[in-house]
Design a protein around this ligand. Structure first.
Ligand SMILES: Nc1nc2c(c(=O)[nH]1)N[C@H]1C(S)=C(S)[C@@H](COP(=O)(O)O)O[C@H]1N2
Ligand SMILES: [Mo]
Length: 421
């Protein structure tokens, strides 16, 4: 488990197992390098000001977590690390060493021995399985680009504020995930008639035995849709320990709470999962945009599920100044949620008129997609820029922010103010 700051001061900060795997040599080596050591961060002086409505806006930049470069520190233990916005401007795939990190419980293995690691498949099946990494590597592989986004991404923008990590927009990332279909693993075990859900759990544990272990479930048909996968690689490398080495679940188009890390247990259920993480936590109001009035009670809730479209500026930020000119290149990223990006529109007059942006390469319906356009900034003074994604299903980002007790599913049209001088 992660120890208190100071306890591991003499250990190296680099994990020895973060070897880069070439895509072709494909993950044969994955079973050989399963050791990572946590060194607890010594906090650096660097900081960043997040564009949030409330304090603390000033956050520490840390370089002290294994296999991670500069990250915005939200919490040390268990680690919550946010991706700095400029990372999204550089590339459509978020590098593993700056991919955000979120864990619920602090008892996380410091190392996982990939040779002795076993994934169990049990419950309402014909045959219980104990699969090694080697077993999984022999099964047919699939690769898919998909956005991993925390349900509470952008929670720091909520007004009135709600408890929970005060993320700006960096609790998301896009990667090419490689692994095997969950369906193939379930077929191997043989799902018995009457199966309702499949429950997933990882190697992390609560700090006290009475606290609920982190477990998430999805419907049996969803689990067998051929898209939900068990990933052993991300962006052509094995998963960083903090992102779930050696295996994690990928549920394309759904919020990341279902993307269970360090996945070692799959249980087929013949009744609905009523564990804490399904019945109490990660629920949203059953209303459009999961929106209620602050303070409203007696609201019917449902487990959070599909993501909704979003778009962001990556090369300009609120408060930036530019010299007045006819052409300012503006660009960013968008994603459609659980369907592809149909269009991204930009307004430079506070939402009165909208122009269509050019979209970048299409890496599939669950991926980030880049957008870019030029705006005219010839009049000195303030300009209000807004960006809005419409997905292939016709869902569009709303003009007003949603609100709910958990700060989930924010996807209001992003608005920034820039100055021409
Ligand atoms: N085993 C395990 N998996 C987990 C969690 C966790 O606490 N334990 N948190 C979930 C949540 S809420 C999020 S947002 C994502 C974060 O994934 P990342 O750290 O790879 O970015 O992991 C998900 N999977
Ligand atoms: Mo999350």
């Amino acid at each position: 488990m992660l120890r208190k700051p100071g306890a591991l001061d003499n250990l190296p900060t680099e994990a020895p197992f973060g070897r880069i795997l070439s895509r072709r040599a494909a993950l044969r080596q994955i079973g050989l390098s399963g050791l990572a050591v946590f060194a607890v961060p010594a906090l650096a002086d660097d900081s960043v000001n997040l564009p949030l409505p409330s304090d603390p806006r000033k956050r520490t930049i840390t370089r002290d977590f294994p296999q991670k470069k500069e990250m915005i520190l939200q919490r040390i233990r268990p680690p919550l690390l946010e991706t700095p916005m400029e990372v999204f401007d550089r590339t459509v795939f978020t590098p593993n060493d700056q991919f955000y990190v979120r864990w619920h419980w602090a008892v996380i293995p410091e190392s996982v021995d990939a040779n002795s690691f076993r994934l169990s498949v049990r419950g309402h099946v014909n045959q219980t399985l104990q699969l090694s990494i080697g077993d999984l590597l022999k099964m047919p592989r699939v690769e898919l680009a998909a956005v991993n986004q925390c349900s509470g991404n952008s929670r720091g923008f909520y007004l009135p504020r709600v408890p929970g990590a005060q993320w700006a927009h960096g609790a998301m990332g896009n990667a090419k995930w490689m692994g095997i279909r969950l369906k193939d693993v379930l077929d191997r075990a043989g799902v018995r008639p009457g199966a309702l859900q499949v429950r997933f759990s990882g190697l992390d544990e609560p700090v006290v035995p009475e606290a609920p272990d982190f477990r998430k479930s999805i419907a049996i048909d969803h689990a067998r849709d051929g898209e939900v996968m068990i990933a052993f690689a991300m962006n052509g490398e094995q998963l960083p320990l903090l992102n779930g080495f050696p295996l994690r679940l990928i549920v394309p188009g759904w919020y990341s709470t279902y993307w269970v890390k360090m996945l070692n247990d799959i249980e087929v259920l013949d009744k609905p999962d009523d564990n804490y993480w399904m019945a109490i936590a990660y629920r949203v109001p059953d209303t459009p945009h999961a929106n209620i009035a602050p303070g409203q009670s007696d609201v019917k809730t449902v487990p959070i599920s599909r993501m909704v479209p979003r778009s962001f500026f990556t090369n300009v930020a609120d408060g930036n100044s530019f010299s007045a000119s006819k052409h300012l290149p503006v660009r960013g990223i968008a994603f459609g949620g659980d369907s592809g990006v149909a269009r991204v529109d930009l307004s430079s007059d506070g939402g009165r008129s909208w122009q269509t942006t050019r979209l970048g390469e299409d890496h599939g319906k669950y991926s980030f997609r880049r957008w870019e356009t030029d705006i005219s900034l010839s009049t000195p003074g303030s300009h209000i820029l807004m960006v809005r994604c419409t997905n292939v299903a016709g869902d569009v980002q709303p003009p007003t922010p949603n609100w709910n007790n958990n700060g989930f599913m924010r996807n209001v049209i992003e608005t920034i103010q820039i100055d021409a001088v």
